[in-house]
Design a protein around this ligand. Structure first.
Ligand code: PLP
Length: 222
């Protein structure tokens, strides 16, 4: 089914939208099946799990860390991670920069914006994001690159609310894109949309969707 699910989704999204296959909690065999069907970008939310899967699978996979980050674990993925979605602190950027430098790499990052109304979701306010993008200290971080923003909408069926959350982030993204063009911040990626809401997210400007259960089936644990 994984192959069929993937091709259904790939065929239904515009070419400029990147599909991240969210494989958290799923066994390596499932990822291999998706890989055999042509999928090369996978998203995980736990660093140790991602490292184990990286070790077990072909090396042309691009690994995206989509979960909330613990700074002390960044070092375990710094040699291979392709994009980190959930950066919501300046201190985390500094730690990513430090670890990337050890491997002579530049690691791409997305700043996570808080767009959901729920209290539990992580993320920065638009003001905080602007502050980071404009900070003088950012220029010194030569081993990271801010390539866009990530957002998670409220868990709700209320389409109007979802639409409002997605479009507010898209408007902010478009405005910042015009203002920010520095060596280590070039905004081009807007990561929003999951299994339940990716179509709406794409209508509202998403360029990268993170889809798990619609590809791999429901998860038993999180
Ligand atoms: C699990 C997860 C997803 C995928 O969720 P589905 O509803 O299974 O598509 C997307 N983004 C993040 C940050 C996640 O943790």
């Amino acid at each position: 089914m994984i192959k069929e699910n993937l091709s259904k989704i790939t065929q239904s999204i515009p070419e400029n939208v990147t599909l991240v296959a969210v494989s958290k909690t799923k066994p390596v065999a499932d990822l291999q099946e998706a890989y055999n069907a042509g999928q090369r970008i996978f998203g995980e939310n736990k660093i140790q799990e991602m490292v184990d899967k990286y070790d077990a699978l072909p090396k042309d996979i691009q690994w995206h860390m989509i979960g909330h980050l613990q700074s002390n674990k960044v070092k375990y993925m710094a040699h291979f991670v392709d994009l980190i979605h959930g950066v919501d602190k300046f201190s985390t950027l500094k730690e990513i920069n430090k670890q990337a430098k050890k491997h002579n790499r530049v690691i791409n990052c997305l700043l996570q914006a808080k767009i959901a109304k729920e209290e539990t979701k992580f993320g920065l306010s638009f003001n905080d994001i602007e502050e980071i993008l404009n900070s003088l200290e950012l220029k010194d971080l030569k081993n990271i690159k801010i390539v866009g923003f990530m957002g998670m909408a409220t868990f709700t069926d209320n389409l109007e609310q979802l639409q409002e959350e997605f479009s507010s982030l898209n408007n902010f993204f478009e405005a910042q894109k015009l203002k920010t063009d520095k060596e280590n911040s070039q905004l081009k990626t807007l990561s929003m949309g999951m299994s339940g809401d990716y179509k709406l997210a794409i209508e509202n400007g998403s360029t990268m969707i993170r889809v798990g259960s619609s590809i791999f089936g429901t998860r038993n644990y999180n």
